[in-house]
Design a protein around this ligand. Structure first.
Ligand code: ZN
Length: 48
C-alpha cells in the first residue's frame, strides 16, 4: 500500500472513531490517513 500524496509506505493501524474503532491505513511519511469509508468511495468511483 502506497500513499497517494507522497508515495510513502502506509501501515495498517487501528483508529478510534466517535463510537467504535476501525482499521485504516496511515502514511508514515506525511500522516495521510485512509479509512474504510474513503477506500469504499475510491472503489465505487473506479467502477463508474
Ligand atoms: Zn504520504
Amino acid at each position: 500500500m502506497r500513499c497517494d500524496r507522497c508515495t510513502g509506505i502506509m501501515v495498517h493501524e487501528k483508529f478510534f472513531g466517535l463510537h467504535e474503532y476501525f482499521w485504516g491505513w496511515r502514511c508514515i511519511i506525511c500522516g495521510e490517513i485512509i479509512d474504510p469509508v474513503i477506500l469504499e468511495n475510491r472503489l465505487s468511483h473506479k467502477n463508474l
